[in-house]
Design a protein around this ligand. Structure first.
Ligand SMILES: *Cc1c(COP(=O)(O)O)cnc(C)c1O
Length: 385
């Protein structure tokens, strides 16, 4: 049956694609080796530097974020290298499994999925590695499965305090363009991101921002790579081209997204998300439910993961809200499957969209018979006005 009005896609990525970006993507595909393409390519490659806050090279792949995860590792590491990762949640776990499949020795500092990476634990772990066998430290900036943010600048300081030479790699697939991010200032060697979260695009593009140290590591890295090889991309990228067919139409959209982010101002974009995160958490607390992130100051402005009371199914709740209010919330992943639902408040999003989203959740709690107090939406309104 036809559902009137618009669907609310409130999963924490893909996020809703604004009309301006859809129209940009809808332009004719052009010859990616022809003279007009260079402008498109250069604009995207240069523009992404301003989003990552880097003067270093940004690589763009026609792939989902997982591809850029793999690219970061195969371009800089060799078989058997030890890699230190922090268990912030489901995405950190997936990145670790990927590293293991590539033949790396990935080691976890275990976490409880209720906060970001802990710099003190990372420093202690690295200080024990006297012979510097650990070649990379990998941290997820915005852990999309839990709604927790890792303190990236502090992790950099921890690596420096331990006087450890490991490369520092950060997944900000869901953080970039929603949360403050500074590739150069924070001394990150490889930053990984993707198109379908804060960048407001459909899925299909992903990124590596690489430091000079990472580019150096690339020369001696022995892991097998072909499609992902930075070395093949640097040359063509200089003039705005790619070694194989790029995602031409998504690059049109990316250039539009970069313009939109700068028109609003990155600091305003970050403040908007922080404010929406705070309002969402105020609503959740009013309902008497718990936010999954339990570490004060690390709650995400990208999404809020909400724990349902023991014995209540988050998936049944999500089925109810989809059926009755045509809204999609994110599901709980692996360890927290069916225990949490995730409210996405990322991308092209404003106050009334947040209030409608929270109203969908509050009505859904009632409809699904989940015990809660009313007034969450009212509390969010108070918070926003
Ligand atoms: C979405 C996401 C990924 C996976 O990206 P895909 O585009 O699904 O391959 C990895 N890490 C984080 C933190 C994410 O949010």
């Amino acid at each position: 049956m036809r559902k009137a009005g618009r669907h609310f896609l409130q999963i924490p990525g893909p996020s809703a694609v604004p009309d301006r970006i859809l129209s940009a993507i809808g332009q004719q595909t052009i010859d990616h080796r022809g003279p007009n393409f260079a402008k498109v390519g250069l604009r995207a490659l240069e523009g992404m530097k301003s989003i990552f806050k880097t003067d270093e090279h940004v690589f763009i792949y026609p792939a989902s974020g997982t591809g850029a995860w793999e690219a970061a590792l195969v371009n800089t590491l060799s078989p058997g290298d030890r890699v230190l990762m922090f268990e912030t949640g489901h995405f950190a776990t997936l990145w670790k499994k990927l590293a293991e499949k590539l033949g790396l020795k990935a080691e976890f500092i275990e976490g409880d999925w209720r906060g970001g990476a802990n710099p003190d634990q990372i420093e202690a772990y690295l200080a024990d590695d006297k012979s510097h066998e650990i070649k990379a430290v990998c941290v997820v900036h915005n852990e999309t499965s839990t709604g927790s943010v890792s303190p990236i600048a502090e992790v950099r300081k921890a690596i420096d305090s331990a006087r450890h030479p490991a490369l520092f790699m950060v997944d900000t697939i869901s953080g970039l363009a929603s949360l403050d991010y500074r590739h150069d200032e924070w001394g990150v060697d490889v930053t990984v991101s993707g198109s379908q979260k804060g960048l407001m695009l459909p899925p299909g593009l992903s990124f590596n921002a690489a430091s000079a140290k990472a580019m150096d590591a690339n020369k001696n890295a022995k892991l097998q790579r072909s499609y992902w090889d930075w070395a093949d991309m640097v040359g063509p990228n200089k003039t705005g081209y790619f070694p194989y067919t790029p995602g031409t139409n998504l690059l049109y959209g990316l250039n539009e997204a970069i313009d939109m982010l700068h028109e609003e101002g990155l600091d305003n974009v970050f403040a908007r998300h922080a404010r929406h995160g705070a309002a969402a958490r105020a609503a959740v607390r009013t309902w008497g439910l718990d936010v999954l992130c339990a570490t004060q100051g690390q709650e995400s402005g990208v999404l809020t993961a909400v724990k349902l009371p023991e014995g209540h199914s988050a998936d049944a709740f999500r089925a109810t809200t989809l059926e009755h209010y045509d809204i999609s919330f994110g599901n709980g992943l692996s360890k927290v499957a069916d225990k949490v639902f995730r409210i996405g408040h990322l991308g092209d999003f404003n106050d009334l969209m947040l209030l409608a989203t929270l109203a969908g959740a509050e009505m859904g709690l009632k409809q699904a018979g989940v015990p809660h107090a009313t007034g969450g939406v009212q509390e969010a309104m108070t918070h926003l006005s």
